[in-house]
Design a protein around this ligand. Sequence first.
Ligand SMILES: Cc1cc2nc3c(=O)[nH]c(=O)nc-3n(C[C@H](O)[C@H](O)[C@H](O)COP(=O)(O)OP(=O)(O)OC[C@H]3O[C@@H](n4cnc5c(N)ncnc54)[C@H](O)[C@@H]3O)c2cc1C
Length: 449
Amino acid sequence: MTQTTRPFKVIISGGGVAGLSLALMLEKVGLDYVLLEAYSEIVSNKSGTGIVMLPNGNRILDQLGCYESLVHLAGNPIESVSFKDPSGELLSYTEGWQKRASERYGYMALWCDRGTVLQAMYDQIEDKSKILVDKKVDVIQQTDSEVEVTTADGSVYRGDIIVGADGVHSRVRQEIAHHASKMGLGEEYTAESVPSTYSCLFGISGKMEGLPEATLDYVLNKKFSYIIGTGPANRTYWGLMKNLGQTFHGSEIPRFGEKDKEEMIKEHWNDKIAPGVSVSDLYNNRLRPLFMAPMREYTYKRWHSGRMMMIGDAAHQMTVIIGQGGNQAVEDAAALTNHLVSALSSSTTERLSYEEIQRVFEGYQQARFDRVSRMVELSHQRQLMDSLDTPELEEIMLHKFPATLPGSVVQRWDQTFEPAACLYNLPVPARAKEFRWVNEPKDSESKDS
Ligand SMILES: Cc1cc2nc3c(=O)[nH]c(=O)nc-3n(C[C@H](O)[C@H](O)[C@H](O)COP(=O)(O)OP(=O)(O)OC[C@H]3O[C@@H](n4cnc5c(N)ncnc54)[C@H](O)[C@@H]3O)c2cc1C
């Protein structure tokens, strides 16, 4: 473990995947922080969607001591991957993914509730007094030497920097944009350019006859597609991604309520997702209220201003189909931690100066910008493919692509995982693997087989 003795305090706004992973990382490297979460609990078992955690995120969770417990809590790593045609009939079925993924990358891919990932991280945090709930970040003020944050209940917190890990509608990003516009830089932070072409209706249902355990299924359709996963505790995770008919931007992007969910379900009631399984079956077996939101696809041009910086969905948003939003949020937290540790260990002043903080933020953004932009682009392309967006894509996806599996998925995964971030100052537990990650910790214990 790295112990950084120089005084430095991070205020984290938001206790989702990005914020909680950052909190755990800062504790592990010996940096002070406080996490402020608006909601009344960190881990909720009543709401939230499902998430696929992939080897790039899981490697970092392993460094944090969470991977084994996540596998234990999630319980059912993905074993088969299927592509299906619009009538729910198989185009391609491949199995052996638990063995393939662990032998190749050292880690499996798994479905679980978002709350389960948070639980695995929260369990590892030793000093839970730094994780505060019912603390909605409201006012952020900066001076030359610190940032002062006031939450909706009137509490005040002071630190060296604030990290906005507060999601798509980030309060910190609003404040960054406000601060930047006072300096004539507002354009680079505005949400008005953010596009959205697809919506996502997401549900968690009970076990379905006709869907085997531990699957990851994609059902292709014209202008919409499904992602289906069978995970732990007999759960079926399912998402319907639908083209909105046009690309909306910024404040034009529609919001969805209960009526929209009902209409969407009615319209797709008879869609087949497997032989003998329709959307109506998923709906009738739902375990939680459905979630529906527009999928924004964007990398904000700049992620920081003054002593404020943002990570995760606050800084970049992508479609859900390649399962990278949360995994990238964990990578973000790791990269930011690396930059902070490096600056604090090399600085000669007692506290990091304002200029040194700017260099940390700039270095962090440079390290991450191209990678997350590529993920936004890849997830867009993949959504076009699954929703058979053009006659060419229809021909490829229904007639040529199925024969290329599993090789084409492995190739795509290799390209996605290879440049993944990791924590430089914490070891990766030794695991046999064939794959070479570009970034390894400084004193890597990992073994290539
Ligand atoms: C349907 C769906 C399926 C998905 N599937 C996958 C998948 O399979 N794999 C994957 O990697 N990703 C997936 N994603 C994306 C992933 O969930 C997000 O990218 C990830 O959760 C982003 O984490 P975050 O911490 O940045 O933001 P969030 O998870 O949105 O967390 C933000 C937190 O900040 C809090 N907050 C907000 N405002 C304030 C404030 N003012 N003060 C304090 N706290 C505040 C919120 O309450 C919340 O807890 C999916 C997303 C959706 C919607």
